[in-house]
Design a protein around this ligand. Structure first.
Ligand code: ADP
Ligand code: MG
Length: 678
């Protein structure tokens, strides 16, 4: 019944069917689950309870004559002073000069509009004489397209809900409804469209939030199980003794957190299941070493390993440091987009005939032409910079490689269990000892001179500095122009006193390598760069990170950049040059100066920017929920996750009667179809 077309509803003809289809509504079911994106409340609240920038209803007494002013061509502004309790509120109306005659001193009026907390002002969209009407219902507001009018849509919705709500099956087990005090699916659905009061609406939303999260988490847990069961038999039999020897010749001892993470990784490798693990650790926490040990382990078993990173600079750097770490017996090769022609052919051959033990590269690694002979372990660094599909493509390389994703952008727990809910997670939450915390300052343009002098002093003491040029979103070309400009400015400013270098994405690989080498060897003391140095670059002698237009970067990105300094024993400094206009920007600068912990920072970033923006514009794997909000509803998310784990572990999703509707719904999911649920 629910799968019938919306044509079943009175008043919907073929024309409107098209409009509805454009809104994603095809069947009665789609219609029922098309929820309002907002609700308007026409109730009067004390001024102190009104929310800035939200719709409000205010009842007051007109004070004096309204003031009408004209500006521009035919534009007007009408200002009415209202006495509300003991406060004076300004009600303003634009281009409705005629309304002036409706407001006389002493009248009681009700105005509805957008509230401005700071100015105690309301921008009126509706008004009427007299006190506010009591018990006006909560108005659901839907997105509608084309010629479709909201009242018409509401009428159809009413019809659909009344005629079909009894057909909507409950999908949650009865016991959950009782435990969490959730309304039934049919009742909650009715409330979503026709709420009687706030409390009732709150519970209806709570129910759908939980439902969405539970379904999503069940899917994640099923995928996890599927991944395990599909890949039995890929034990890596590494040589414990050789690995031990390798670890002993490292110049330092692993921190406790590194040891724990390494152990988890090694256990996964030794297990018959394919590893699908995320390794999180703040910048400088020492993930790369853990990766190197795991790579070493896999080659002692006779298989190959790969390390995929987001930029060529980083690939080259890892290539070099792995070569240094391993003895000559280990063959490491580099594969990036700029290795071409004969050289490329050679490298591809080495990979295919297994002469290469370890391959380091950019996403060139996952292209069709690259054929591993026997890939046992694939490591992906800074994985959030790779799209979901690329992750999958890599997993499909080789037979059944274990896959380890590493990230230095600490992912807030809520995001980790949604975007990466199908993965196991290890965390390195401890820094190698002896590190000093980077001191962070926020300055304005007029202090730049002092900072440049400060850099000069640091250089005189034998240290080095990064200067990150302003970022212009979506424009590579302008970014580079900015870097070049800053480079010239600093060259002029410092003259002979120190060497300034320039780094950006358009340099050829050879040029990049040359600049990085000069910087690493302290032939260049100040390196002007775009954000290409953001990840992984390691020059421990650098102690200053100056970031132009810091307000244009996200918190996590600033933290990454900051992580380029403080890598040695010397006190380091991060200086944010920023003049943010809005409150959010100011708040971000403040957080940066006060928070050194990457995890804490990422939680705050998530709060400020929301999940969609967290990973940047690229495809991120963060799911979209209709009712739920990962940040706001994280408690429900945790609960749903716990419940989903319990259901899947009980192994009774298919057999237990209580789960039958959940099971049916999951079966329809294209990702799961045919894989685990038959
Ligand atoms: P990440 O990849 O997590 O940003 P790295 O692996 O690049 O961190 O490590 C940062 C620096 O710390 C490197 O110079 C590395 O050699 C050093 N390092 C790593 N682990 C330790 C340790 N346990 N003790 C001392 N130094 C370490
Ligand atoms: Mg690293």
């Amino acid at each position: 019944m629910l799968q019938q077309s919306v044509l079943q509803l009175t008043g919907i003809g073929e024309k409107m069917q098209e409009t509805l289809a454009a809104m994603g509504i095809h069947t009665i079911y789609d219609m029922l689950f098309y929820f309002p994106f907002r609700y308007d409340y026409h109730e009067v609240k004390p001024l102190t309870e009104l929310v800035h920038e939200e719709k409000a209803t205010i009842e007051g007494e007109v004070l004096g004559e309204p003031l009408l002013t004209f500006y521009g061509k035919k534009k007007s502004r009408l200002t009415i002073n209202l006495k509300v309790g003991n406060a004076a509120v300004k009600a303003v109306m634009f281009n409705r000069a005629f309304a002036k005659k409706h407001f006389s001193s002493g009248d009681t009026v009700t105005v509805i509009g957008k509230w401005d907390q700071h100015r105690l002002q309301i921008t009126v969209s509706q008004y009427y004489k007299g006190k506010a009407k009591k018990q006006t219902p909560i108005q659901p507001v839907y997105y509608v397209k084309g010629n479709l009018k909201l009242p018409t849509f509401r009428k159809w919705m009413e019809q659909a809900v009344n005629d079909y709500r009894d057909d909507i099956p409950e999908i949650l087990p009865e016991s959950y409804l009782t435990t969490y005090k959730l309304p039934s699916r049919g009742a909650a659905l009715y409330t979503m469209h026709f709420p009687e009061n706030r409390v009732q609406l709150k519970h209806a939303k709570r129910r759908f939030v939980y439902e969405e999260f539970l379904l999503f988490q069940l899917k994640m847990q099923l995928l996890r199980k599927m991944n395990r069961e599909a890949t039995r038999g890929n034990q890596v039999q590494y040589d414990k003794e050789l690995v031990q020897q390798f670890m002993e010749q490292l110049p330092f001892q692993l921190t406790g957190a590194q040891q724990k993470a390494l152990q988890e990784v090694m256990e996964d490798m030794a297990s018959p299941y394919r590893m699908n693990r995320l390794l999180q650790g703040d910048v400088g926490s020492g993930k790369t070493v853990v990766a190197a040990i795991a790579l070493y382990a896999v080659i002692t078993s006779g298989k190959q390993g790969s390390l995929m990173v987001p930029t060529e600079i980083l690939a080259e750097q890892h290539y070099q440091s792995l070569q240094e770490m391993f003895s000559d017996k280990v063959k490491v090769v580099l594969l990036t987009g700029s290795i071409k022609g004969k050289k490329r052919k050679e490298v591809l051959e080495l990979i295919a005939n297994k002469e290469a033990h370890i391959v380091v590269g950019t996403h060139a690694l996952i292209q069709q032409e690259v054929a591993f002979c026997d890939l046992g372990l694939a490591i992906v660094d800074e994985q959030h910079r790779f799209g979901v599909n690329q992750r999958r493509a890599l997993r499909e390389k080789g037979l059944y490689p274990d896959v380890l994703f590493m990230t230095a952008t600490p992912i807030p727990r809520t995001l980790a269990i949604t975007a990466f809910g199908d993965m196991d997670v290890s965390v390195i939450d401890e820094m190698p000892s002896g590190r000093k915390q980077v001191e962070t300052y926020w300055i304005k343009e007029h202090m730049l001179d002092r900072v440049l002098t400060f850099i000069e002093k640091e250089v005189a003491n034998g240290h080095q500095a990064y200067v990150i040029s302003p970022l212009i979103e979506e424009s590579d070309k302008l970014d580079i122009q900015n870097a070049v400009d800053v480079y010239h400015q600093l060259q002029t400013y410092y003259g002979e006193k120190l060497q300034v270098g320039l780094m950006h994405g358009r340099l050829s690989p050879g040029e990049k390598e040359e600049v990085m080498k000069q910087f690493a060897q302290n032939e260049v003391q100040v390196l002007v760069s775009t954000t290409v140095v953001e990840v992984g670059v390691n020059v421990p002698n650098a102690t200053v990170m100056l970031i132009y237009d810091a307000e244009r970067f996200g918190l996590s990105q600033l933290h990454q950049l900051r992580g380029r300094v403080g890598r040695g024993a010397n006190q380091s400094y991060c200086i944010l040059l920023a003049d943010p206009k809005g409150d959010v920007g100011k708040e971000r600068m403040r957080i940066m100066t006060e928070t050194a912990n990457g995890f804490e920072l990422s939680e705050q970033d998530l709060q400020l920017r929301g999940p969609g923006d967290f990973f940047g514009k690229k495809q991120s794997g963060v799911p979209e929920f209709q009712v739920a909000d990962m940040v706001h509803d994280y408690r429900a998310l945790e609960t749903a996750r716990k419940d989903a784990v319990a259901i899947i572990q009980s192994n009774t999703l298919q057999t237990n009667k209580q789960y039958v509707e959940l099971y049916h719904l999951l079966k329809k999911d294209p990702v799961l179809q045919g894989e685990v649920l038959d």
